[in-house]
Design a protein around this ligand. Structure first.
Ligand code: NDP
Length: 281
């Protein structure tokens, strides 16, 4: 249906935002659900974020998804925050309730959902997470919640890895970045939560011969869909999970929070996003 003057509004804010896949995915779900709603992208400068969130909370807008670089400001601007958002220290979902801002983080649940869809049990053995930024924080929170028996962490800047471990996983073992290959020994799950492999960046290099053949490689990067990290793991014969599952997994609860209904199951979200990422494939 075409939106009316009573349409329910939501959107995504970031800087940059033009690359975001969320408006296409959310709009496909809105159309299939036949609801009176609009989901729009907002380019927003860092200094304007806090006042924008407060102003929007006083309108009829249902809420906002939040991406780089505003996730910390989103949490700091909230009146109430979920346990996940507080633990991770960032919010990717804000909902507005009579002028109150509620913050949540659905990246962690999105990552677990991606593993579930791929049939990967995070509790089955040691997990190695590479990176210590926002994505790594959500992923480590998710792994702790899901009962991963051992967490190994490696990051270019050791201080950031130490801070992450202190906040979210004091039991994690930190491996030096230069010797990260050693952390592949007996590992069950290896997650790239760095921005290495993202289009324009170098690949994340690992010596996959050290990993057992039963290990699974998961990437948070989805542009390109098959990163050098996943390609090398696949050549070694390992199972792989690309970054799209996490993206779709974080969007589902956001849609329901904004529009009060789950995303319709008849939309093939993955095929839609692959066609946007790799036109002609
Ligand atoms: P941040 O900027 O918060 O963190 C970046 C991380 O990458 C840091 O650990 C940083 O290390 C590391 N890094 C950057 N450059 C290098 C390099 N040259 N060599 C080694 N390590 C490097 O970004 P995010 O955590 O938000 O995002 C990380 C990735 O996850 C991005 O590619 C993003 O697209 C993806 N992502 C995917 C999502 C999804 O739904 N699939 C959701 C969120 C993010 P250091 O601490 O040393 O700087």
């Amino acid at each position: 249906m075409r939106p009316t003057g009573a349409a329910r509004l939501a959107g995504v804010v970031g800087d940059p935002i033009a690359h975001s896949l969320s408006p296409s995915l959310m709009s496909a779900w809105i159309e299939a659900a036949g609801i009176d709603a609009v989901y729009a992208p907002f380019q927003l400068a860092r200094d304007d974020a806090a006042s924008f969130f407060r102003s929007m909370s006083r309108t009829a807008m249902a809420g906002l998804n939040v991406t780089l670089p505003h996730k910390q400001t989103a949490l700091a601007s909230s009146d109430r925050a979920s346990e996940a958002a507080q633990a991770i220290g960032a919010a990717n979902l804000l909902t507005f309730h009579d002028g109150e801002i509620h913050a949540d983080n659905t990246d962690a649940a999105g990552f677990l959902n991606a593993l579930k869809v791929a049939g990967v049990d995070p509790a089955i053995g040691p997990a190695l997470v590479l990176g210590a930024g926002g994505a790594a924080r959500a992923i480590i929170h998710a792994l702790v919640q899901a009962g991963a028996p051992e967490i190994r962490l490696s990051n270019r800047s050791r201080a950031n890895a130490e801070m992450l471990a202190r906040d979210l996983a004091p039991q994690a073992r930190i491996h030096e970045w230069e010797t990260r290959d050693q952390a592949l020994d007996e590992v069950a799950l290896v997650v790239n939560a760095t921005s290495l492999g993202l289009a324009g960046n170098p690949d994340l290099e690992l010596d996959w011969r050290i990993a057992p053949a039963s290990a699974v490689a998961a990437d948070s990067v989805y542009k390109p869909l098959e990163t050098g990290f996943l390609r090398a793991a696949s050549r070694r014969g390992l199972g792989t999970v690309d970054g799209l599952g996490m993206l779709i997994g974080q969007a589902r609860p956001s849609f329901e929070a904004f529009f009060g209904v789950p995303p319709p199951s008849d939309v093939d979200a993955r095929t839609l996003l692959v066609s946007l990422l790799e036109p002609g494939r």
